[in-house]
Design a protein around this ligand. Sequence first.
Ligand SMILES: Cc1ncc(COP(=O)(O)O)c(C=O)c1O
Length: 381
Amino acid sequence: MSVDGTSGGVAVTGQQPSEPRGVRLPEFPWDSLASAGELARSHPDGVVNLSVGTPVDPVPPPLRDALAAGSDSPGYPATHGTPELRSAAVEALRRRHGVTGLDPEAVLPTIGSKEFVAWLPTLLGVRPGDVVAIPELAYPTYEVGARLAGAEIARLAPGEAPPPGTALVWLNSPSNPTGRVDGAATLAESVRAAREVGAVVASDECYLDLGWRTEPVSVLDPRVAGERPDGVLAVHSLSKTSNFAGYRAGFVTGDPRLVADLLEVRKHAGMIMPRPVQEAMTVALGDDGHVREQYERYRARRERLWGALETAGFRIDYSEAGLYLWASGGADAWSTVDWLARRGILAAPGTFYGPAGQQHVRVALTASDERVEAAVRRLTG
Ligand SMILES: Cc1ncc(COP(=O)(O)O)c(C=O)c1O
């Protein structure tokens, strides 16, 4: 049986045990940035790496203390997390985003959100022949997850309805890479259209705390999902707002029935967040001060980079929220990556996120103030 060779289904090769088996995945995008990286690193004043959005600021000390305090942890942790963690997640969504009525039982910790994004179609039982709908410009792991399950992907332009046969719809507002934000009415329409074809909605909300020009709305806001979040999941990450990318901490919540099913599979599969991380995450979710501080750091960097890119002749599109500037120099994405690399600045080509990104680069805000100032000098000098 050979299923779906072109769009990346499971490649089962039959009788030859020596032939490789496995899933055809796209090229790991960051590998193709190696030569631009080399060029950027050769700059006499060093590289300013604005490609991968990896946090560079310290983990707030109270969060590190909580990790250390939880380090005597000889037994297996609960896949469902501690009751304190689940309540802290519900409270954080209430305080920070006005989401009410969530049952703490319907919270499930994830080992960062990337693994969850990659495995959600499989965990939900999405099969070859099913469709996973993703945004036209999207975080690449949505496609990877569909391929792991042997499903097809459909890239949806803003406002486009998912085709019949869609089993899962990914939403991502604020968007990586564009920083576009969908308002409550637009999100509600996406949820309605997904429900109409019987698809589960997973809303990746890892940038929800980083609204600059607008306050992003969760899919669990009653104006979006209605009074009951039937068929709807919200996926959260502490990587960016709490500088927890190295801790691997996120959670999913929403439809209690779906979360219970996911818990069951994840228990069997050993997808368990380490207990010391659960402790640190509980403290992080209980404190909004450090989230605000980090927000202000990114806000200042965003303003500096936005101005400098415009001075250098770039146009910035969307970028109302989130950790990236979606910039166009008018040329194709790789030429712009090269132009920036010659100035010692590394950015990601828009094509990493879909064919519609061919005129853009994604510029991350995740560099130290000192490196951001170096980039500003090079762009404006
Ligand atoms: C849209 C989106 N979703 C999910 C992730 C994964 O984040 P993490 O695994 O660190 O929670 C990222 C990381 O950059 C992202 O941009």
